[in-house]
Write a protein of this length. Structure first.
Length: 256
């Protein structure tokens, strides 16, 4: 199927409290990552970076006018494709090898997925189309040549470490299950959680390489009592505490 050329590859929307959502509208929801820009007093933070099919830095140049650190919630390709564009890259040690030498699955074609993986994704409730994009970022783009570029972490963080952007202070939460080194950012003062793929308002995937269901259950038990005001997740729309508690409880009940 011939794909049209996108007028623009990224869309942005301010969601309040100095936070802007950036996303790739021509990417299938299965791998359409939420990219979060957080404005600080002295420098800014970008949380995850999308597929890397087009330059995130160029597209969001007006947002990225100040010193910027990039935080990778985990190393799956839909979250780290653009990470190489940033000089300061923050990740968990258990994801560091995959960032420095991306050798896992990365494709824009659903029909390239392993049959077992497709079955697992469909069982979770997702459609898996043959093409995971419905347009190209520019003329001549080669879908089959898509690769994730190496982006070694420049700072490794673990549970309890602090990521500061001047006026805002985030605590790193290690939330394994979806991947071994999945991490989130918790701003206790405002009740804001950036959760990556540890939790989002949709079917959670725990059948991927590196997934760990017992670890996921423990992460969900932890999130049950977190006094959040809002969760900005790796996929789907943001949500509040009651939805977080329901998502966590439903997962625990289904997997125990």
């Amino acid at each position: 199927m011939a794909l049209a050329i996108a007028e623009r590859w990224f869309e942005t929307r301010a969601v309040g409290d100095g936070v802007t959502l950036i996303w790739e509208p021509h990417v299938d929801p299965l791998i359409r990552c939420n990219i979060w820009h957080v404005r600080g007093r002295e420098r800014d933070l970008i949380i995850d970076s999308g597929l890397g099919m087009a330059s995130l830095r160029d597209a969001a140049r007006r947002l990225f006018e100040r010193p910027l650190a990039a935080f990778a919630t985990h190393s799956h390709y839909d979250h780290v494709g653009g990470l190489h564009e940033f000089d300061h890259r923050i990740a968990h040690p258990l994801e560091a090898e995959a960032l420095a030498d991306p050798s896992g699955f990365a494709s824009l074609r659903g029909d390239a997925l392993d049959d077992t993986l497709v079955a697992s994704i469909r069982a979770a409730g997702y459609a898996v189309p043959d093409s995971l994009i419905d347009a190209l970022p520019h003329d001549g783009y080669d879908v089959d040549a898509y690769r994730v570029r190496p982006a070694p972490a420049t700072r490794l963080v673990e549970e309890g470490d602090i990521v500061e952007v001047g006026s805002r202070r985030f605590e790193v939460l290690h939330l394994p299950g979806h991947s071994p080194g999945s991490i989130g950012l918790w701003e206790k003062e405002n009740g804001v959680l950036f959760s990556g793929d540890a939790v989002y308002d949709g079917p959670l995937l725990d059948g991927l390489a590196g997934s760990d269901i017992p670890a996921y259950i423990k992460s969900m038990e932890r999130l049950l009592d977190l006094p959040v005001t809002v969760v900005h997740a790796g996929h789907e729309a943001s949500f509040g505490r009651e939805t977080l508690r329901k998502l966590a409880r439903d997962y625990i009940d289904a997997r125990r």
